[in-house]
Design a protein around this ligand. Sequence first.
Ligand code: NAD
Length: 790
Amino acid sequence: MNILDRYHAMEYGPAPEARNEADAWLAARDFGKALFIGGDWKAAAGGKTFETSEPSSGKLLAEVSDANAADIDAAVAAAAKALPKWSAASGYQRAKVLYAIGRAMQRHQRLFAVLETIDNGKPIRESRDIDVPLAIRHFIHHAGWAQALDRDFPGHRGVGVVGQIIPWNFPLLMLAWKIAPALAAGCTVVLKPAEFTPLTAILFAEICERAGVPKGVVNIVQGGPEAGVAIVNHPGVQKIAFTGSSEVGKIIRKATAGSGKKLSLELGGKSAFIVFEDADLDSAVEGLVDGIWFNQGQVCCAGSRLLAQEGIADALIAKVKTRMSRLRVGSPLDKNTDIGPLVDLTQLDRVKGLVAEGARQGAVCWQPDAALPSSGYYHLPTLATGVSPANILAQEEVFGPVLATMTFRNTEEAIELANNTRYGLAASVWSENVNLALHVAPQLKAGVVWVNGTNMFDAACGFGGYRESGFGREGGREGMFEYLTAKLPLGPVIKPATMSAQPVEQADGAAIDRTAKLFIGGKQVRPDGNYSLAIATAKGKLAGEVGLGSRKDIRDAVSAARGAKAWPEATAYNRSQVLYYLAENLSGRAGEFAARLTELTGATPKAAREEVEQSIERLFLYAGLADKFEGRVHQPPARAVTLALHEPVGVVGIVAPDASPLLGLISLIAPALAMGNTVVAVPSERYPLLATDLYQVIEYSDIPSGAINIVTGRSAELAGVLAKHDDVDGLWVFADAETCAKAEAESIGNLKRVWSGNGRGIDWASDQAAGDAFLRRAVEVKNVWVPYGD
Ligand code: NAD
């Protein structure tokens, strides 16, 4: 045997991480009193427990208190009691507590890592080098935000008591992502870990005791869906932060509709891993190992769809297979293990079922020739080729070590395939041409894009998705906003429209057809149903008629808005100029609009003139801000920069209020347009003629067709159509409480971002009814990671 043969024959010896400290901790704890409520350890009120077992062996680890609604009541009460003092504490005091948590975790870093691996099954290398250090970094990073609140978030305060529900795939890291920003913002929390992985959260609660977290600020309740439901529905909770499946996310969106609870949803994904033919293939293969086999593929942002350019697809797949054959499947506590067990037998069965179904639908599923450990929930890394875009393995989140492969010919096809999913969490782009990568990144419907990399995370950089991957961001500045609230100046309670009951009579001498049409795709069009609504003046005379928009009209308007590419693709400077021009043209007709306001609403001429002037001023403001509300560049502790780009949300539906019918409409449309969104607006039901009078102003202002569409009619009905439409990305509703609640509940199809006034208007005339609070709702923050160095 020569030296090369010897080298290749060398086997890895076992390299187990010691588990005695973790076993001692497990043996010493009373898991029958595992609810950490108000600083005390409590048994579940119902006396129930659930089992948590070790995925690598199936052995029972602990029987843990299983919270019910009564326990959640107690935890929310404890959090509410602790809230006044904690939220009134200085940023410095809160920073000290967050820092103390981070430092105490550092001292127990190894115990955390081993416990996480024992409970979840993830390889120790991952828990030791990724999960735990990132969790610690989160607390230390957020200590800084606690002190920077006044500087960076003026006028904001913590939302209050927060209910947080997390999954089992990154138990400690998800806990850190939830608790750190909440505490920094001055909130108190009730957090429920997943029932498969309760252990590190219990250790974390012990850390809170030692780090001097005031009693009741952090409450950790163990349990399953019953406890989760009780948190979601609890009236004492002001915000729900959920990470988990899209299915449960939708249930929660519906359950919180109309409650006024702030909501963030971090859900599933089916992320694309795009390899162009000029990529460094060996690096891409290593990236892929991280992308799909990290944590056995049980990663929300796993690069589970490999899109390879045709010219290199065969070579890439050959390299992937070679690499897969070298992945070491085995005990997660062994430092050489690449692939550990899945979290539970149910998860293993689910993955097997999806692979079998994918094969039945035509995919060729390949696995390396490796032996699996005799016990535990192991699944071999799996490569599916010949996967059609409709195959279940290309569409469903498998949440296991399964990679679906497809090929593409050119850049456009790569983008189309990548976006052919109902999710929008993450994507990786591999190319040695950074110009190409940065051309592709903004076109991917994903909240995070990694260039020549994958699964990079940092506390300073936001993470989160679009569409069925949820809404809201975790980490960084945008993550802090999720736990803060700024009071917008409230307007009156909005009552349900009663217009149909209002009798109107013909105005004097009105012989000609005064029916104003709808404005769709840059044209004035008749409503599909050919019905119109009679609009009364303030004196009860007929002022004119407007089209009664229907479901079909909204569909046409949405498709016009979707097709209006010129607006989102225009430069911000360009949009700014157009909005200035719109303001200028409105100004040219100010007298006419003021007279219309007086005629319809009965406003005094002075008040009407003021509303028009304010509308013009607001257009000016957003014209000016169009190229100023920009993203940031982060410098995470890695050889990378992260570009936090502000992108338009997409097609935004706007249901405008009756109060200040011109100013209210402009105050909503203008920020949406400024950020490059296209708009389908339903103007005030009672005073729609102010909107229809705008058509000509819009037509003269160089706004590309389809960028603004206006559909008059019944607000409640049209809000419902917009809410259900899966091609609407965002919906802003200022209508009565019932319409707002319904719009939220009906938005679950594509989980669009809904901003509702919950039945209250805004005091549109106030200076505070404009600016960043509006612009933030008009953008998605996409974090593009760009590594540097050789
Ligand atoms: P899951 O939705 O089944 O459960 C998540 C949590 O919700 C658990 O704590 C569970 O007990 C609780 N829960 C279940 N039903 C509930 C209900 N009706 N009301 C309230 N709470 C309820 O998800 P899972 O299987 O634990 O986790 C896997 C999912 O999490 C995957 O889809 C994954 O993509 C997603 N995930 C997303 C992110 C992200 O940041 N986007 C991160 C990690 C995981």
